[in-house]
Design a protein around this ligand. Structure first.
Ligand code: ZN
Ligand code: ZN
Ligand code: ZN
Length: 368
């Protein structure tokens, strides 16, 4: 993902503002999506630490191994981020503690993706400070996507729509889940930079939401849940459709009709000011009324962006108010143990006056 110097400076400035509001003096972020969001740098997660140190006044330094200096210089866009490198025999944590320049009473936030070994080493070099999470602070910025991010999510959404449109080419009786998954991975690679995951869950396996494709041979009469995702220009796709080979098992078509209604109600409820919990309830109420409430075993959705799963969580009881720029999945499902299951998943973005759907492929049951 390429971000401009101005964007990087705005994001680091935004983090500093949330740090001041939360009385955090220093934020420490390691390789991962928070670092990419703030600087554009796709740092390698190595045993040699790469640490972005952001202070509450908005100044920042990157502590990085000397052998990564060229990459860091070319990818870190903001000229305001100082680069402090260390050699193979230096102590990176002593350097970080020195560069941090925080007092004895400082509160330090660490990113969720910072290795615990790094956090422990920092705590040793900076004793007596209070420690908290920095990812909740960065998350408060990341939860609202700007126009460029929405465009990236729309592009990767179209890419995964195109893969689902081609599922009927490879999904048929007599093939194993694994064979189908391998073909789908190749299709995802075609339109994405990376494959994130491929779930092909047929017959009784469709009742397991995160089933790992295995050696079961698909049969006529199987419902098959296909949930796939990849990464394009740093942003993630995640989309599910349910297919049936031949004619559906007894009771399946009726249950699927309720699921489709639940997913539609949920998508249509999305607009600014609505509680995330109400988006969950819109789907859950329909399934509950159809006697499928207990079969809907997970939340309705999750935010998506640089990570496949990020805030906001579309979960029962959430009081989080939807705001323009929030992007998340709407993915109710039903799972009847040992028998069958189904899920429909699309990504949506909250707009100024409603919702924009980033996956538009038909949601009806696909009979193969
Ligand atoms: Zn999914
Ligand atoms: Zn999902
Ligand atoms: Zn019914």
């Amino acid at each position: 993902m390429l971000i401009t110097s101005t964007m990087s400076e705005q994001r680091i400035g935004g983090l500093a503002a949330t740090m001041r509001a939360g009385s955090v003096d220093l934020a420490v972020v390691g390789p991962g999506s928070d670092l990419r969001y703030l600087t554009g740098y796709h740092a390698l997660a190595l045993e040699r630490p790469t640490l972005l140190l952001v202070r509450a006044d908005g100044t920042a330094d990157l502590v990085a191994p000397r052998l990564e200096e060229a990459r860091a210089r070319s990818e870190v866009t903001s000229v305001r981020v100082g680069l402090r490198t260390y050699g193979e025999l230096d102590d990176p944590f002593a350097l970080a503690a020195e560069v941090a320049g925080v007092g004895q009473a400082a509160r330090i936030g660490v990113g969720d993706q910072l290795w615990s070994s790094f956090t422990l080493a920092l705590q040793e070099r900076l004793p007596g400070r209070a420690w908290t999470s920095a990812s909740t602070l960065v998350g408060a910025l990341r939860v609202i996507k700007d126009d460029m991010e929405v465009a990236a999510l729309a592009a990767v959404g179209s890419a995964i729509d195109a893969v689902h449109a081609r599922v009927p080419e490879v999904l048929r009786a007599g093939r194993t889940e694994r064979e189908v998954a391998r073909d789908l991975a190749a299709m995802i690679r075609d339109g994405h930079d990376e494959v994130s995951f491929v779930i092909v869950a047929g017959g009784p396996n469709s009742a397991s939401p995160h089933h790992e494709p295995g050696d079961r041979v698909l049969e006529r009469g199987d419902a098959v849940v296909v949930d796939i995702g990849g990464v394009l220009d740093g942003y993630c796709s995640d989309m599910t459709r349910t297919y049936v080979i031949g004619s559906p098992p007894a009771g399946f078509a009726d249950a699927y009709a309720h699921l489709l209604e639940a997913q539609t109600r949920s998508r249509e409820a999305v607009r600014p000011g609505v509680r995330a919990g109400d988006i969950d309830a819109a789907a859950r109420d329909v399934l509950h009324a159809a006697g499928l409430g207990d079969a809907f075993v997970h939340r309705t959705g999750h935010g998506i962006g640089l990570d496949t799963h990020e805030t906001p969580w579309i979960v029962a009881g959430s009081e989080v108010l939807l705001r323009p720029g929030m992007a998340f999945s709407v993915e109710p499902g039903f799972y009847l143990d040992g028998r069958m299951g189904a899920r429909i998943e699309d990504i949506v973005v909250v707009t100024e006056d409603g919702v924009r759907e980033l996956n538009v492929l038909d949601r009806g049951l696909v009979l193969l």
